[in-house]
Design a protein around this ligand. Structure first.
Ligand SMILES: *Cc1c(COP(=O)(O)O)cnc(C)c1O
Length: 465
């Protein structure tokens, strides 16, 4: 299997080349040149596999330049730190299924992919003898999951920028209490947009990027999408077995379109086992407006109680558009040039109808999010985090569209990560998992810098491998 760019400007490359490239060299995103499908007889065999064994099968479909043994060891190393053997357990909460994706070291679903990416980087660097300096910005969950993916690994340093005082206390501590010497936390005197703009500016200085071999961990990396496809298939097989239904729906709290794009690929691979994908957004609803009105139009970011979804430009959206446009890369290119100039992409009626065959969508405001956490707790005793609540509320609102099978709601973070929102909703903080116990008492380490490109570059120059 080869990888191509959504904008058509690169020669096909292998999986490991795609992992190291991150963003395609022509500014597009990398995708496999075809999507494999798995028939029902094979699925029937796969339904009894453990999570790591299923991951090996599914990821193996997309990888042909890494031996099965190597892939297996990457997968096993990635999931042995999860606090449950089945990695992503499914629980029945009232009439709904909840897919718990928060059993990794930093208690958010990003661990599922970033553990794999960290181990992949580590192996590929060891084999090539190269070194890498990872640079990324975070508004909360990505930073700690990326740090836990590579902490203590040889040949990798990681520099994570976060806006000083603007990530939740727990999120900040998860990043800054990591003692490993290859981890550098930079608290910038600015907001998240400043951090992201600085990272982008530095990646655009191609000489600097090459000299310091800068690597990226954000969700444009294909390996992240690939690792996330696995739990959609896993949950589909488990839930179908439990209910006897022909197909299932998924409700996905969405920001960057990464997680739900993995669901979209899973839907192709195991057609017709996944019926609808619920694209659930908070008040930052550019993607909901896209599904409902056929217009992808940028607006300002609104801070909410589900901060990991406070995003206006969804970096993985380009991948979906490539398929919506029947793989016409010229058209993708034109659309993104237009977006740069006019802040909008508009699709035609036929494409709108096509999008609605796969997706339904709702935007959930903060009052409804809080009410959903409270109602779920009062009715079932189960505590959900604000991101998960957005997905649960959207599934409830759209239930008329979800009649052809049970709906699985993705629980993307552990509620203990968001004590303030939980206090507000149910008058108490959720019990803390072990990894957070006493986190306030651990030594914390970070560097405060002005929100300036040169300050960050100077810091990297001094501490890079
Ligand atoms: C990152 C994140 C999301 C959004 O995922 P995308 O892949 O960006 O759509 C949702 N919930 C939580 C808890 C997250 O950390």
């Amino acid at each position: 299997m080869k990888y191509i760019s959504t904008r058509g400007g690169i020669n096909p490359i292998s999986f490991t080349e795609a992992v190291m490239m991150g963003l395609a060299a022509d500014g597009g995103l990398l995708l496999p040149d075809s999507i494999p499908s798995v028939d029902s007889a094979t699925l029937d065999v796969w339904k009894d596999l453990s999570y790591p064994d299923l991951a090996l099968k599914i990821m193996g479909l997309f990888i042909d330049d890494l031996s099965n043994e190597k892939l297996e060891s990457i997968i096993n190393n990635s999931y042995k730190n999860f606090d449950v053997p089945d990695v992503t357990p499914i629980v029945k909460v009232g009439k709904r299924f909840i897919l718990e994706l928060f059993h990794g070291p930093t208690l958010a679903f990003k661990d599922i992919a970033l553990q794999v990416l960290g181990n992949l980087f580590s192996l590929l660097l060891k084999e090539s003898g190269e070194k890498m300096n990872i640079l990324g910005a975070t508004s909360g969950d990505t930073g700690s999951a990326a740090i836990y993916g590579v902490k203590g690994k040889d040949n990798i340093n990681i520099f994570i920028l976060h806006p000083k005082g603007r990530v939740s206390k727990v999120q900040a501590l998860q990043m800054t209490t990591v003692p490993e010497k290859n981890v550098f936390n930079l608290a910038l005197k600015g907001n998240f947009d400043d951090c992201q703009a600085i990272v982008k500016a530095i990646f655009n200085q191609l000489d600097f990027k090459a000299q310091y071999r800068l690597g990226s961990i954000n969700s444009i990396n294909w390996a992240r999408v690939l690792a996330q496809i696995v739990y959609y298939v896993y949950a589909t097989l488990k839930v179908k077995r439990q209910t006897g239904d022909k197909a299932v729906n998924f409700s996905v709290p969405t920001g960057n379109f990464g997680d739900i794009f993995a669901g979209y690929i899973a839907k192709q691979i195991i057609r017709p086992n996944i019926e609808k994908l619920v694209l659930a957004t908070n008040e930052n609803n550019i993607l909901t407006r896209f599904v409902l009105q056929g217009r992808y139009a940028k607006s300002k970011v609104i801070p909410t109680i589900s901060p990991s979804m406070d995003i206006q430009v969804a970096s993985n959206f380009e991948r979906y558009l490539y398929y919506l446009y029947n793989q016409e890369s010229e058209r993708v290119k034109r659309s993104f040039m237009f977006l740069d100039k006019k802040d909008v992409i508009i699709i035609n009626q036929e494409e709108q109808a096509k999008a609605r065959r796969d997706f339904v969508s709702a935007s959930i405001d903060q009052a409804t999010t809080i009410k959903t956490i409270r109602d779920t707790y009062e009715e079932t005793g189960y505590i959900i985090d604000p991101h998960t609540a957005v997905g649960v509320a959207a599934a409830e609102r759209l239930k008329a569209d979800l009649q052809n099978g049970p709906t699985v709601c993705l629980a993307t973070a552990h509620p203990a990560k968001f004590p303030d929102a939980l206090n507000n909703a149910i008058g108490k903080e959720p019990e803390r998992p072990k990894s957070l116990e006493g986190i306030e008492d651990r030594p914390s380490r970070y560097e405060v810098l002005p929100a300036e490109v040169d300050a960050v570059k100077n810091y990297i120059v001094k501490h890079a491998l």
